[in-house]
Write a protein that binds this ligand. Structure first.
Ligand SMILES: Cc1cc2nc3c(=O)[nH]c(=O)nc-3n(C[C@H](O)[C@H](O)[C@H](O)COP(=O)(O)O)c2cc1C
Length: 448
């Protein structure tokens, strides 16, 4: 089958005409022609056809408001306008033609058209007298003057009972106008990251993987009621746990002090102090296919914990001692196990997090020293990054490679991208194991 719109992104604008139901058929034809379709609807259009129908057909969230932001906080209609190969408005109401002719961007369809340099195709639909009115005709001419392609309405029976020109052109004819407008043009923005996000595939690509993730801060006791803590909420680690669960992984979440809900479906292990977290990580290590250390573990703890509540008195000097470096220790144990077994796959994928304030220059050295496969570094002092935020801007450090700065993303998106990389490292370790020379593998299959 010919797919004349393969790789294209088409924004389908729908406004409040009785013909709006035909937009579902047009969406289907555009998709069958190879396009990805992003629907933008006026509020009135939702009285004629439900966004649910269009979201199901297009697998994208319908845009309904020019004030809407995407999950990563980009402006929805601007992203759509900047990445669309074409915008097709079908059906276009008399009101919309007037708004567009005058550049009134108070609905998301007009806002998208104003913001785009892509071809715009407009298919009006309305009562016969409305279409013939000089105001409407003037607006249509104005749109032609913008370079917009007008797919004229057809003559036929209308919703009013009248037989007149005003019936929305057939979806196949509108599709033809879109294909014609794009002939010979390259795909405008092939990078999916620069398009409005498509719904994630329902995946179980991590089925069979056991992920151990730490999250939250630790609380190092001073006396029975007080502790030294930090600002970690656990949001990033919990997002990783939830994303992994959604992709079919088995998850053990080792949680310090968190202020977000526990990941539903994970095995939860409470570890409120650095010492408890160390024990929990070491205990979980032999069963882990991947270990992600996203918790903010204290670097120091009071050397002595008072038995009773300390009185205010004249003041207090606390002597602190360093805590164990859990990541370094877990990494050493894991690498030791793989080396003894002479099997690169006999250890989990090791992922560390490094929260810094200011420069991330220390991160590559840290990744190499701790022998992790991946280190996620972020500047927690930067706006939109770090503790308690919904978003994060991280740099992924892979030993031996240039650090990769990722854009500001929702934490769930960071989680999914990180899981993609963890899955790739897991696959590489398993492949190395399968390829190792026969002499390296113990004949009886046992660990050495
Ligand atoms: C049942 C019904 C059908 C309508 N069909 C049309 C139509 O085909 N074309 C049109 O321009 N207006 C039509 N209207 C009027 C529009 O819905 C109205 O002008 C509305 O403000 C348009 O909003 P919008 O352009 O923001 O979607 C219809 C109204 C009703 C109640």
């Amino acid at each position: 089958m010919e797919r004349p719109l393969a790789g294209r992104l088409i924004v389908l604008g729908i406004t409040g005409s009785i013909a709006a139901y035909k937009a579902a058929e047009l969406a289907r034809l555009l998709i069958a022609a190879g396009a990805e379709v992003q629907v933008a609807m006026s509020r009135t259009a939702t009285a004629f056809i439900g966004p649910l129908t269009l979201e199901t057909l297009t697998r994208r969230t319908v845009m309904l408001d020019p004030l809407e932001l995407l999950p990563d906080r980009r402006i929805g209609h601007i992203v759509a306008a900047d990445s669309a190969d074409a915008v097709v408005v079908a059906p276009a109401t008399a009101r919309w033609l007037g708004a567009m002719a005058n550049g009134l961007a108070d609905d998301v369809v007009t806002a998208t058209c104003l913001a785009t340099t892509a071809p715009v195709i407009v298919a009006p639909a309305m009562d016969g007298e409305m279409y013939l009115h000089p105001a409407t005709q003037g607006n249509v001419e104005r749109l032609r003057g913008f370079g917009y392609a007008i797919v004229e309405p057809e003559t036929g029976p209308l919703a009013s009972g009248q037989v007149a020109r005003g019936r929305l052109a057939e979806p196949a004819a509108i599709l033809g106008a879109v294909v014609g407008a794009l002939a010979g043009r390259p795909v405008r923005e092939p990078d999916p990251e620069r398009r409005p996000p498509a719904a994630r595939e329902v995946r179980d690509d991590l089925a069979g993987l056991h992920l151990v993730v730490t999250a939250g801060g630790t609380a190092e006791p001073i006396d029975p009621v007080r502790f030294i803590g930090n600002r970690s909420t656990g949001r990033m680690g919990v997002a990783i746990a939830e994303a992994a669960l959604a992709r079919g992984a088995r998850v053990t979440a080792i949680l310090g002090m968190t202020s977000v809900p526990d990941p539903d479906g994970a095995t939860i292990v409470r570890a409120p102090t650095a010492a408890a977290m160390r024990m929990a990580v070491i205990a979980a290590l032999p069963e882990a296919d991947a270990l992600v250390m996203a918790a903010a573990v204290a670097d120091f703890r009071p050397r002595a914990v008072a038995d009773g509540k300390l009185a205010r008195g004249a003041g207090l000097v606390l002597e602190l001692e360093p805590t164990e470096d859990i990541l370094a220790e877990a990494s050493g144990l894991a690498h030791g196990r793989a080396e003894r077994a002479a099997d690169p796959s006999a250890r989990p994928v090791l992922v560390g997090f490094a929260a810094e304030t200011g420069s991330l220059a220390r991160a590559p050295e840290k990744a190499a020293r701790k022998r992790v496969d991946l280190l996620v570094a972020n500047d927690v002092a930067e706006p939109g990054s770090g503790f308690g935020t919904e978003t994060n801007r991280v740099t992924l450090v892979t030993p031996g490679r240039e650090p990769e700065p990722w854009p500001l993303l929702a934490k769930r998106e960071v989680a999914d991208r990180l899981l993609d990389r963890i899955a790739a490292v897991r696959a590489a370790l398993d492949a190395q194991s399968a390829e190792r020379p026969a002499a390296d593998a113990p004949a009886d299959g046992s660990e050495r």
